[in-house]
Design a protein around this ligand. Structure first.
Ligand code: ADP
Ligand code: ADP
Length: 591
């Protein structure tokens, strides 16, 4: 039986053998010494992922960031200059500087300044983000995350032999971060020749489990559960949460010897079909000869017109077309549905018309289960997975929220905020108040009222507010915050769906008549300058969540309107029965 043990069982790496760029021993010591004498450049998080993938051979046979020849041909034909099929460009973009010269060595450092490696620059070339957008992603729409990101990359690219001294440091899930060689060794130990890889950037539910198990059984092989944890689509579930779900599933719900879980430090491009083909090549390097490609593989979502960037099966088609050349067979992700009457999953194509099926969409998972604190049903998610997700996504009434008051001095921001604070404390929420006047005595001490200083003040408040919201607190901010763009920036910083902008719309003459702090009189007399509303602008919000009138409504009435809005949003529980007392809360929203 074991007489064939010298035969390599697994498919060979793409291009024959695995690239290994990691310097060891004396060579590494010499390079480390050399690094002290040469210029350094800091590389982005994305480039650090690419460097790691290159170093461990995940992109074999590619052994460096692309030169102009490779890059041009990859854009036009999905091939390296030597003809090897490779669909995704991989450049190291830089800003022009003295260090960037042909023939020079440069030390590559991470954002945290760790020395990662040394490149001998043998080519410097200009690249064009629009050209890459057109040819690789088929769009210039900035809704495509990579198209918009590439605009911020440096205009030059450098290429040349690369020696890696240290992989970017990872302190999480170290046992699961296997290199291609390590994955191959473990697959060899399992001893099956057929391996089907599954790429994912989402938590896995029962349907994925069913599908991957069936795929492994169908090829009589092993499932390589291979989630991307480098960079995925902005807004995805964080990888800490995801990996915990994968680990729970791999350990408890697959047959031992049928699954290997390993994390892939890939920075995804959301490049649809081209990315799917790239994924297949990468997985071959890890020993997989089959790859699952479903609907919308590596999809960037919808464009500015709400239309998908790529057709749902474009990726499957492109990978299938090149399957022979890549040596990886596509396992189509057939759509499975749950049959509640039979308590099992079945392929859509195999169920008779009219059969009762059950489905929960991704949006429903968030809105109808997690946000409401309802547990996902066991037919949809394994209880372990449901629990992990529930921990990461507490119900709305335990999520953070920012109530951002804006309006003229004396409009009534602080007064209303004070009442609101008490009402929220009464309803069991933790509240922090960041009042403009108070903040200016510590957080923003020393800042004045120039446009720049006001923006800094508002951004600082926004930064602190963002931290509070992220940790599940309610923060009430009450600063004039006169500039629309800066308020919008803060909304983005905090997260638009946790941000409630409250416009305290008190006319200037009323604020001035109140003059509770005596400042308007001083401003009129010219004793203070740049006073908002007098000799400095106030830009009212265009679509605030709530607009308050302080002339006809009392601070208490206004505060209650805000509470009603928060109840409607789920940030505060409505167990008081007081909402009806003050009328329809939704009328508060002015759109
Ligand atoms: P801001 O924080 O916007 O600068 P303040 O809340 O400090 O404004 O001052 C508003 C002043 O207006 C206070 O003296 C408050 O008593 C008075 N005021 C009168 N009516 C109202 C109202 N309906 N809402 C809020 N404040 C009011
Ligand atoms: P901003 O959002 O413009 O930074 P803050 O709410 O942080 O405004 O601070 C404004 C407070 O500072 C006002 O309520 C007022 O009490 C005081 N103040 C002093 N000088 C000025 C000024 N020139 N313009 C506006 N507010 C001023």
């Amino acid at each position: 039986m074991s007489s064939i043990s010298n035969e390599p069982r697994l498919i060979r790496p793409y291009g024959g053998q695995l690239v290994d760029l990691i310097a060891t021993g004396d060579a590494a010591d010499e390079l480390r010494a050399r690094a002290r004498e040469i210029p350094s450049i800091q590389i982005s998080e994305r480039t650090a992922c690419d460097l790691e993938m290159l170093a461990i051979g995940a992109f074999s046979p590619l052994d460096r960031f692309m030169n102009a020849g490779d890059h041009a041909r990859v854009l036009d034909e999905m091939r390296l200059a030597d003809g090897t099929l490779f669909p995704m460009p991989l450049i190291l973009p830089v800003e022009p500087s003295d260090a960037i010269r042909q023939g020079r060595d440069v030390a590559l450092r991470s954002a945290k300044n760790e020395l990662l490696g040394i490149m001998t620059i043998d080519e410097v070339f200009a690249w064009d983000a629009d050209e890459v957008s057109d040819k690789v992603f088929g769009t210039r729409d900035p809704r495509h995350p990579l198209v918009s990101e590439m605009r911020r990359w440096g205009p030059l690219a450098i290429s040349g032999p690369l020696k890696v001294l240290q992989l970017p440091a990872h302190y999480d899930f170290r046992d699961l971060r296997l290199t291609p060689a390590e994955v191959r060794a473990q697959l060899d130990a399992i001893g099956r020749q057929n391996v089907v890889a599954f790429q994912t950037r989402n938590p896995l539910h029962r349907v994925h489990e069913e599908l991957t198990r069936r795929a492994a059984e169908a090829i009589d092989g092993v499932l390589l559960l291979h989630p991307s944890v480098g960079m995925t689509k902005p807004g995805d579930v964080d990888h800490y949460t995801r990996v915990r779900t994968y680990a729970a599933l791999a350990e408890r719900h697959y047959e031992p010897g049928r699954i290997l879980l390993s994390l892939l430090p890939l920075a995804m491009r959301m490049g649809g079909p081209r990315e799917a083909l790239w994924h297949a090549i990468i997985r071959r390097n890890y020993g997989a000869n089959h790859f699952i490609v479903g609907r919308d593989h590596a999809s960037p979502g919808n464009d500015s017109n709400g239309r998908p960037f790529y057709g749902p099966y474009d990726a499957q088609e492109l990978v299938s077309r090149h399957s022979a050349e890549v040596g990886v067979t596509v396992v189509p992700f057939s759509e499975l549905v749950y049959l509640p009457d039979e308590q099992r999953y079945e392929e859509v194509s195999r169920i008779p018309e009219g059969t009762r099926t059950a489905k929960i969409s991704g949006t429903q998972v968030r809105e109808e289960f997690l946000n409401l604190g309802r547990k996902l049903p066991a037919w949809f998610s394994r209880p372990e997975v449901a629990d992990i997700l529930a921990e990461t996504y507490p119900p709305r009434h335990r999520q953070g929220a920012c109530i951002w008051f804006t309006g003229l001095s004396g409009a009534g921001k602080s007064t209303t905020a004070e009442v609101l604070t008490v009402l929220l404390l009464e309803r069991g929420r933790q509240v922090t108040v960041l009042d403009g006047d108070v903040v200016r005595t510590h957080l923003s001490k020393g800042l004045g009222f120039s446009k720049e200083d006001r923006e800094t003040n508002v951004r600082r408040i926004g930064f602190v507010a963002g931290e509070i919201v992220r940790h599940g607190g309610v923060v009430i901010c009450a600063a004039i915050s006169p500039y629309l763009a800066t308020r919008d920036e803060v909304r983005e910083m905090i997260g638009a769906d946790h941000f409630v902008e409250v416009f305290v719309d008190t006319p200037l003459d009323i604020c001035e008549a109140r003059d509770s702090k005596g400042l308007y009189a001083k401003a009129r007399r010219g004793e203070i300058s740049d006073f908002t509303g007098i000799d400095d602008p106030y830009e009212p919000p265009v679509t605030p969540e709530i607009t308050l009138d302080t002339v006809t409504s009392t601070p208490e009435e206004n505060a209650k309107r805000i509470v009603a809005h928060l109840v409607a949003q789920g940030f505060v529980r409505s167990d008081e029965g007081w909402v009806t007392e003050i009328g329809a809360p939704t009328a508060a929203r002015s759109v």
